[in-house]
Design a binder for this molecule. Structure first.
Ligand code: G3I
Length: 372
């Protein structure tokens, strides 16, 4: 009897030790951070059907953003009819791998069905109808995921690219009015009080958009609304923006009492104009690396990612998340923007999911987040 008791006790100890080891050791980029910053990627749910890619995502990242499947067009294409299958699949994967889930996005001028803010003939809906549609959308979507999303891009890309204007002329603005952003943050705060609330945009490290984004942050706070972080998308180039510009912008946003997130990071090695206005397509353009990405370009990309992450590490107290917009080069939106069907090489892994030199450059700087 005595030996049986000992055997059961030994099993219990072994089991508890295994359970304690149940969580995978922190590996890859996520391991380097010491848990001090969220390091994420943007994915489509069908990418999880590739076991090698799924394993890479779980090994390297502690945060996921749905690239498209949480957007209004995906979840409520038809008013009142919700489709969450793709988003639920991504969320289930995140929860199974101890990863935070970011909701992108509740309100944007792209990928939002016309019915939300305009009638069939394109005329803006009356303010009250636009507000009702927006609130019902936010209540339903945030309600569906309540308590399981670390934070939402409540409004995406609302500041106009034209420095002469403040807000972009969007269907929501035309229907509701200039206070549509405040209303979106008000609705989101009540729909899931535990979710962080973000404003997300591109090129907002540049002086003009930076100033107008700060104006927006102050306006939201003046109305007593909560904004937890500003998203700098980070669709950057080899040539810019400069480390100094990124550095200054992070300092300026942090001074407003919000966290800073780099929400859609990629570094485009193919020369283009700045920005990320997805409707700004070009009919044709250079496709210089269609047959591969040469060693000298790999080194330039690594140097640029190292430079960017050195600035981010300097601001480790201000930065709460860094998300890449895609995982390996074959998943990048930049293969189809601003020119459809190009071969781009903007991320840390190549199409065979082999680490590029840029990976080591990022890993080295990320370790500074976990250092004392
Ligand atoms: O789902 C349809 C599919 O049914 C159809 O067969 C296929 C054929 O074209 O299109 C599919 O929709 C595509 C969608 O991605 C899902 O793959 C759209 O055409 C395509 O335009 C859309 O592109 C997305 C883009 O946002 C749309 O505006 C990109 O994947 C996505 O990376 C990009 O992400 C945005 C952020 O949300 C906001 N910041 C800028 C960033 C880059 O534009």
């Amino acid at each position: 009897m005595k030996y049986r008791v000992l055997a059961v006790a030994a099993m219990a100890v072994a089991t508890s030790a295994l359970v304690g080891l149940g969580r995978p050791a922190e590996t890859g980029l996520r391991g380097a951070t010491g848990g001090k910053v969220l390091i994420g990627t943007a994915i489509m749910s069908n990418q999880l059907d590739d076991p090698k890619l799924a394993e890479l995502i779980a090994r390297e990242f502690n945060c996921i953003t749905g690239e498209n499947e949480f957007k209004p067009e995906s979840v409520e294409r038809v008013k009142g009819q919700f489709t969450f299958a793709g988003a639920d699949k991504i969320l289930a994967f995140a929860e199974a791998h101890d990863m935070k889930m970011v909701g992108h996005c509740l309100l944007w001028h792209n990928q939002t069905p016309r019915w939300m803010f305009a009638s069939d003939d394109g005329k803006p809906l009356p303010r009250e109808q636009g507000l009702a549609n927006l609130k019902e959308h936010i209540d339903a979507v945030m309600g569906h995921f309540k308590g399981r999303i670390v934070g939402w891009d409540v409004v995406n890309e609302a500041i106009d690219d034209n420095p002469a204007n403040y807000l972009r002329d969007t269907p929501a603005k035309r229907s509701i009015g200039d206070d549509y952003i405040e209303k979106a943050f008000e609705f989101a705060a009540s729909a899931d009080p535990n979710a962080q609330l973000y404003y997300n945009d591109y090129s907002n490290e540049g002086k003009s958009k930076l100033e107008r984004t700060i104006k927006l942050i102050r306006a939201l706070k003046a109305k007593g609304l909560r904004i937890d972080a500003v998203g700098m998308q980070g669709h950057w180039l080899l040539a810019g923006p400069s480390a100094q510009e990124i550095d200054g912008a992070i300092s300026a946003y942090a001074a407003e009492g919000v966290k800073v997130m780099i929400t859609e990071l990629d570094v485009d090695p193919i020369p283009r104009g700045g920005g990320a206005e997805v409707t700004a397509m070009q009919k044709s353009g250079a496709n210089p690396y269609a047959n591969g990405f040469p060693p000298d370009m790999q080194e330039k990309l690594a140097k640029r990612y190292g430079e960017i992450f050195a600035v981010l590490a300097k601001h480790k107290a201000d930065i709460s998340r860094i998300t890449f917009w895609g995982t390996h080069d074959g998943t990048s939106w930049l293969n189809n923007w601003p020119v459809r069907g190009r071969m781009n090489h903007a991320l840390l892994w190549d199409r065979d999911m082999k680490e590029k030199p840029a990976y080591a450059a990022v890993l080295e700087q990320l370790k500074k987040f976990g250092a004392p």
